[in-house]
Write a protein that binds this ligand. Structure first.
Ligand SMILES: *Cc1c(COP(=O)(O)O)cnc(C)c1O
Length: 474
């Protein structure tokens, strides 16, 4: 499989190189040159497969030519293993739980860090290590996090022999559970840095480090945010997994997806283009609603950031939306480069009416306020006894408001475990105390390891150079 840039000016890469690449050299994002397409019969024959075996069938075409079948199968068996020594705590990996009439939550929070990002980052870490061992190379990962990504990336890379990972978080500005999920993981190759600044400061440092990598003395820098193609790829699988359990491909399925950077829902869009009968995708956002404004009014314009009860969706710009725009524009790199230029210069844009209408055949959207989020948590708790996390609650709210066909099963992506967001749950009036899952019961007693650094790019880069080779200098 070959991958091309959404802006049309970067060289095409194979899977191995795309795994190790960040942005394309022209500033675009990599996408497959052509999507694999499965027949309904083939998809139907996958009913009842284990999660890792289904993952193998769905993703095999994307890694073809770079990773041998036997290696890929073994990596997937490890990644999606369940049971006491496994990675995922639920035997179904991504179980469905019925909420209401023909309405289901797909629980994607049974991984080590209790959010859906484990599905992609557990695989990414293993794929990186496999490819790097083969090449005899090491890489450095630098990522910024305001919460879920950092811990999922650290858990995904903790056993990698060939990866050193540096995660920047804003000092004293992440929740205690989220901080401890990062800082209580020890290893020579794991480095937590608390920056005396805010999340944007952290993100700027990561961007600047990608732009000028001389401080790394030749070691390659790898991106683990959702622009990395392998993360999107891993997320396609669970759309197939859920739909097959609900009667697909004989029947269509709809999904509602709590959305920030548009990575997770873009995976659903790809699943549909690969042949899975999905007849509606709902973009569920919080007050940071750039995507809802596009879907409802064909305007894509940046606005100021509002902190909400669903912090993992607090974004101003949705980086992966460019991948959808590329398809909507007949895969013209020139068109996307033009749109993104306009956007970067501070302007918003609209797309041609026909292209927008085309996107609306599949997508609907809703923006949900904090108050509505709390109402939905309370309502679902009252009606079903289920405690939702605030991100999932936004998905449920949007599913109920935007649903087109009552006869089509509606699946809401349950993106995080409620125990990660106790304030929102309390604010919703849910009295029940939530317990940390068994593997995290002692989280609040564990030792922590973290380095506090000033808000200075030089200080961060010097630290990376000093520790980037399993704690030793590069
Ligand atoms: C990252 C995240 C999201 C948003 O996913 P995107 O792929 O960025 O759209 C939603 N909910 C939770 C809990 C997350 O961690």
């Amino acid at each position: 499989m070959r991958y091309i840039s959404t802006r049309g000016q970067a060289p095409a890469l194979n899977f191995e190189d795309v795994l190790l690449a960040g942005l394309a050299s022209d500033g675009g994002l990599y996408v497959p040159e052509s999507l694999p397409r499965f027949t309904l019969e083939e998809i139907g024959s996958w009913a009842g497969l284990s999660y890792p075996e289904l993952a193998f069938r769905v993703m095999r075409p994307f890694v073809a030519g770079s990773i041998a079948d036997a290696d890929f199968r073994r990596i997937l068996e490890e990644t999606y293993a369940t049971g006491p020594q496994g990675v995922f705590a639920h035997s179904a990996v991504a179980p469905l739980r019925q909420l209401g009439g023909n309405e289901w939550v797909m629980e994607l929070f049974h991984g080590p860090t209790l959010a859906f990002k484990d599905f992609a980052l557990q695989l990414l870490g293993r794929l990186l290590d496999h490819v790097l061992a083969k090449r005899g190379e090491r890489v450095v990962i630098i990522g910024a996090t305001s919460g879920d990504t950092g811990s999922a990336a650290i858990e995904g890379c903790r056993r990698c022999d060939n990866v050193d990972i540096f995660i920047l978080h804003p000092h004293q500005r992440v929740s205690e559970v989220q901080r401890r999920q990062m800082t209580s993981v020890f290893g020579d190759n794991i480095h937590n840095i608390a920056i005396e600044g805010n999340f944007d400061d952290c993100q700027e440092m990561v961007k600047a480090s990608f732009a000028d990598q001389s401080f790394l003395k030749g070691t390659r820098l790898v991106a683990v945010n959702s622009i990395n193609w392998a993360r999107i790829m891993a997320q396609i699988v669970y759309y197939f997994h859920a739909a097959l359990q609900l009667g697909a491909p004989a029947r269509s399925v709809a999904f509602s997806v709590p959305t920030g950077n548009f990575g997770d829902i873009f995976a659903g869009y790809l699943a549909r283009n690969m042949g899975l009968p999905i007849n509606q995708l709902i973009v569920a956002t919080n007050r940071n609603d750039i995507l809802h404004r596009f879907m409802s009014g064909n305007r894509y314009v940046k606005e100021t950031l509002h902190p909400t009860l669903s912090p993992s969706m607090d974004i101003m710009v949705s980086s992966n939306f460019e991948r959808l725009l590329f398809d909507l524009h007949g895969r013209s790199g020139a068109a996307i480069a033009g749109l993104m230029d306009t956007f970067r210069q501070g302007g918003g844009f609209s797309v041609e009416e026909a292209r927008w209408t085309e996107s609306r055949r599949l997508f609907d959207s809703l923006a949900v306020t904090d108050q509505e989020t709390c109402e939905t948590i309370a309502e679902v708790y009252r009606d079903c006894g289920e405690v939702l996390d605030p991100h999932t609650a936004i998905g449920v709210r949007a599913a109920r408001a935007c649903r087109r066909h009552g006869a089509t099963p509606m699946v809401i992506l349950g993106t995080a475990h409620p125990v990660k967001f106790p304030d929102a749950v309390r604010q919703a009036g849910v009295g029940r105390a939530l317990d940390l899952p068994a593997h995290l019961t002692d989280l609040l007693q564990r030792d922590e390891r973290c380095t506090v650094l000033p808000n200075s790019l030089e200080a961060v880069q010097a630290f990376v150079a000093q520790h980037g080779n399993r704690g030793k200098p590069l």
